[in-house]
Design a protein around this ligand. Structure first.
Ligand code: NAD
Length: 217
């Protein structure tokens, strides 16, 4: 697979290049500019919301698929990304770990069974992370369908911990996902890129990638 990478010099950019080692990186962009040696079949973007305009322009220029992992996108930016799915395959997720997708599905299914319990979300990330709350915390809150309090901690080198804590007068139920390294997100992005390379135009979630493109009912 020929792929392009936006955010190539970043922490995730490095992990993506390791996970995609058997594929050909033929287009790279970061804050310092771009280099191109070919036409990518898929563009992978783990960068910054400020790069999105250039990313969408590159997707149109190459007429290629897009895998988008960048967080803190505005509602307007997400609207532009969804619209792009009308012409090319787009996979967008604030978290490319399979376990977070499973947690999202559990919350969507079982969250409504706890209407009278308190629920709050806690997320812990490395101290270089720019956005808060994390995109994953927002994704989990959306799955829960409740606008619950969210707490963000920025400490050390933690790749990403998320806990959803339910409590009533007598019980506490905590659901926690912990990414042990950034590699897990890069492997998820690889799976999404392999999916997107052969998919038809559309806007896909990572949940749909893991269930082979089936839209959730
Ligand atoms: P980082 O700061 O280490 O790297 C950011 C990269 O983006 C750098 O290469 C930088 O040069 C580039 N960049 C910044 N602004 C740019 C611009 N205007 N134009 C072009 N390039 C630009 O950050 P990181 O830790 O690698 O994270 C990158 C993004 O990925 C963040 O939004 C983060 O939240 C997100 N992320 C998503 C997932 C997921 O699974 N979806 C997992 C981890 C991180």
């Amino acid at each position: 697979m020929k792929y392009g990478l936006i955010g190539a010099s970043g922490r995730m950019g490095g992990e993506i290049q390791k996970a995609f080692a058997s594929h050909e990186l033929c287009f790279a962009m970061d804050i310092n500019g771009e280099t191109a040696t070919g036409v990518p079949e898929v563009l992978v973007d783990f960068s910054s919301p400020g790069a999105l305009g250039a990313t969408l322009a590159a997707v149109r220029r190459f007429s290629c698929a897009l895998v988008l992992g960048t967080t803190a996108l505005s509602p307007d930016q997400l609207g532009d990304v969804k619209a792009l799915g009308g012409s090319v395959p787009v996979v967008q997720s604030f978290n490319f770990a399979a376990g977070v997708t499973l947690l999202k599905m559990i919350l969507r299914e079982f969250g409504p069974l706890f209407p009278d319990w308190d629920v709050e979300i806690a997320e812990i990330h490395h101290n270089k992370k720019k956005d808060a709350p994390s995109g994953t915390a927002i994704l989990l809150r959306d799955a829960l369908g409740r606008n619950c309090p969210t707490h963000s901690f920025r400490m050390g080198g933690i790749p990403g911990d998320h806990s959803v804590i339910f409590a009533n007068e007598g019980e506490v139920l905590t659901l926690t996902h912990r990414a042990l390294s950034r590699n897990v997100f890069a492997l998820g992005a690889l799976r999404a890129a392999e999916f997107a390379r052969t998919a038809g135009p559309g806007f896909y979630t990572f949940e749909e990638v893991l269930s082979c493109g089936r839209k959730k009912s």
